[in-house]
Design a protein around this ligand. Structure first.
Ligand code: ADP
Ligand code: NI
Length: 216
């Protein structure tokens, strides 16, 4: 029964994200789904809620919908109704989708659950390390941003609105988000996996500046 619900959700998400940007496509969802299941093994969580939230968490990201943050949760809720899922499950999954995002990290989330913590860690893992680097430059290219501009300094402490509006060079995103994630992981498994990916990004940035400055 649960497998049936998961299969139906996978098919819906694949269809919806057919033309998505390369860092927010079905393969991102699949990685987050797999990492969610891995992290969930050592957490006391409802596995169906974790699975469906991971699959639906980027069903309509506000970045690709003129900043509109309600389309994603609404789309997910409408779909979940077609599965005839218990309303308490639907409400919980919708809350996870509303609260998973980083958006500068300088605001108080209004919902907490162990299931949110698992899926959020899995989503954050996909934002760092080798995959994180690839996704970030892909997004920068998609938005026609500069790779790097030494004159434009990273902005920490941005409000959610300023973070969403930022048009800064892509390297800045490492300092504004990616390098901050390792200390914001919720679960022990998440923390362990994040450290290795974090170290890889630090090495990458050192090499980047060496090449930029012509010192290697
Ligand atoms: P979250 O869902 O945690 O808020 P986002 O959807 O904002 O995260 O970002 C997901 C990924 O998209 C980032 O980890 C990054 O790879 C890419 N991305 C988002 N904003 C930017 C940006 N301003 N510059 C470069 N990449 C970005
Ligand atoms: Ni995501």
């Amino acid at each position: 029964m649960e497998q049936e619900l998961i299969k139906k959700t996978e098919a819906f998400v694949k269809q919806e994200l057919q033309h998505a940007e390369g860092g927010h496509d079905w393969f991102h969802i699949e990685r987050v789904y797999k990492n969610s299941l891995l992290i969930a093994k050592t957490e006391n969580v409802n596995h169906l809620i974790v699975a469906l939230s991971a699959l639906l968490h980027d069903i309509a990201d506000s970045k690709f919908h003129d900043g509109n943050e309600s389309i994603g949760p609404e789309k997910a809720e409408n779909f979940l109704r077609t599965l005839h899922l218990d309303q308490t499950y639907i409400d919980h999954i919708v809350q996870i989708i509303k609260n998973i995002s980083f958006k500068g990290g300088n605001f108080q989330p209004d919902f907490h659950s162990a299931e949110l913590e698992v899926v959020q860690d899995a989503d954050r893992l996909d934002a760092i390390g080798a995959i994180g680097i690839a996704r970030t430059f892909n997004y920068g290219g998609f938005k026609n941003r500069k790779i790097y501009d030494p004159e434009v300094k990273p902005q920490l402490n941005m409000t959610k609105e300023a973070y969403k509006k930022s048009e800064a060079p892509t390297i800045n995103h490492f300092y504004e988000k990616l390098l901050l994630l390792k200390d914001r992981m919720n679960t022990e498994t998440g923390k362990k996996l994040a450290q290795k990916r974090h170290d890889f990004m630090v090495d990458y940035l050192n090499q980047f500046y060496s090449e930029w400055n012509g010192t290697v």
